[in-house]
Ligand binder design. Structure first.
Ligand SMILES: [Zn+2]
Length: 338
């Protein structure tokens, strides 16, 4: 399917979703009646006249294996994303290299006694078969670089040779160094990136009933201002999520963790990472979710294992394309928590 066709199909699906949602609302003045949809990030309304301002957005970002299944406005697609997205990629690349995973690579500095604190710039990579490869950048200060390359020691491959056999002994060069984890990355910004991916999946799957959720303005303002500590508690729950969990789940037990649990995969060149992020639901107290995650799951040093029960109805049964069901996520929520 061409991008043009895909964009039109998505526009129609979400516009119909909005029209139906509007019909179900008691108040008339929240959303306009015309055909069109809301950009999930800035919540501006885009009708047919502003169609050209909408773009297909990859969520998760294409660099992390995502597909272009949602529409956002040009402004949001260009500005909100790139910095946050690249921080996630940096963070995951670091996991890859620290786990010596095939195809992982990282820019770093190598240090030993010859280089001092400064080190030499290099790219350390793991081959597809697991071999370790180091490329030392030609842009290094040549004096430091040469000193580094000459800082090897000779070492006998199999024990000390006999005096009589000394000339033909097997020697090899041994170069010792350390490399540090890059500290340029910003974990906080990367975690806001995960929140953004989860939020956009929520909109992709549930439509405007998700976007107009009770607490979504808080989530959006955190995504818009990743440098601010609007939510300063953890919003993820680590677990061994099976494929069944991919998509939008509702945590039903323990009741303190009641929330949308959005599970997705992020793909690097080396590995796939499954992430579970909580987004608050429709009830007044649901914004407590992050405080509760901290209180229940993050006690003492490590993380506490808590058995959670979820309902997968919204992923398995609900379909954004279904006509006249736009309000269902809200009624479903009221039903299971009444
Ligand atoms: Zn926007």
């Amino acid at each position: 399917m061409s991008k043009k066709v895909k964009k039109r199909i998505l526009f129609d699906i979400y516009s119909n979703n909005l029209l139906d949602f509007k019909k179900n609302l008691k108040s008339d003045n929240i959303v306009p009646t015309e055909f069109g949809l809301y950009c999930p990030l800035c919540t501006q309304h885009y009708n047919e006249n502003r169609y050209e301002e909408l773009t297909l957005e990859h969520n998760p970002p294409s660099s992390l294996g995502g597909k272009d299944n949602i529409l956002t406005c040009k402004n949001c697609n260009n500005s909100a994303g790139s910095k946050i997205d690249s921080e996630i990629l940096l963070a995951l690349n670091e996991f890859d290299i620290m786990g010596f995973k095939p195809n992982a690579s990282i820019k770093t500095q190598l240090r030993n006694e010859s280089t001092g604190e400064k080190g030499v710039n290099a790219i350390v990579s793991i081959g597809s078969e697991g071999g370790f490869k180091i490329n030392i950048s030609p842009a290094n200060n040549p004096v430091v670089k040469d000193a580094f390359l000459n800082s090897f020691e000779y070492e006998y491959i199999s024990g000390l040779p006999l005096i009589s056999n000394f000339e033909s002994a097997d020697l090899r060069k041994k170069l010792s160094f350390e490399f540090r984890k890059p500290n340029r990355r910003n974990e906080r910004i990367a975690s806001i990136g995960l929140l953004k991916i989860a939020y956009l999946i929520g909109f992709e799957k549930l439509g405007h009933a998700f976007l107009f959720g009770e607490h979504m303005e808080v989530i959006r303002s955190q995504i818009k201002h990743p440098e601010k500590e609007i939510i300063n508690k953890p919003f993820w729950i680590h677990n061994n999520y099976t494929d069944d969990f991919l998509g939008v789940n509702v945590i039903t037990k323990p009741k303190e963790l009641k929330s949308f649990l959005i599970v997705f995969d992020l793909q690097t060149k080396s590995d796939s990472y499954r992430v579970g992020i909580c987004i608050p639901g429709y009830d007044e107290n649901d914004m407590n979710i992050y405080e509760n995650i901290e209180n229940i799951l993050c006690q003492g040093e490590g993380e506490v294992e808590v058995e959670i029960e979820t309902n997968g109805y919204l992923t398995k049964e609900f379909n954004i394309k279904d006509k006249e069901k736009s309000f269902l996520p809200i009624t479903f929520w009221q039903e299971i928590f009444k």
